[in-house]
Design a protein around this ligand. Structure first.
Ligand code: SF4
Ligand code: SF4
Length: 105
């Protein structure tokens, strides 16, 4: 039997929708989702001219020419609580979230 994995404070079923991926075609690297997520799930990365993901410092505002643009990545998906705050602030529809049913024992 599938069950909800959480309840609201009022005891109503709450079905988390966990972030699964960020489309690097749609993402503009604005960082809004990173700022609203309190669970250390997301990480901003650079995209090189060759299309490779490269690490950058999160507070690095410099464009030293090594990266073409920035994109968000799902670094620690296991930390996600499925609150969808990140989806609410994304104006590009760049994220995909999934519901995960839990089977009762
Ligand atoms: S759904 Fe919530 S916890 Fe998960 S990445 Fe988005 S803001 Fe963070
Ligand atoms: S809010 Fe959307 S467009 Fe902005 S960094 Fe996050 S996924 Fe990318």
């Amino acid at each position: 039997m599938s069950v909800y994995v959480a309840l609201t404070r009022g005891g109503q079923p709450w079905e988390p929708e966990y972030i699964e991926a960020v489309s690097h075609e749609k993402c503009i690297g604005c960082g809004r989702c990173f700022k609203v997520c309190g669970m250390d799930v997301l990480s901003i990365m650079g995209v090189s001219e060759d299309g490779d993901l490269v690490a950058i410092a999160e507070d690095d505002e410099d464009d030293d020419g090594e990266i073409d643009r920035k994109v968000m990545t799902v670094k620690y998906p296991e930390n996600c609580i499925g609150c969808r705050a990140c989806a609410k602030v994304c104006t590009k529809g760049a994220q995909r979230h999934v519901k995960v049913a839990v089977n009762a024992a």
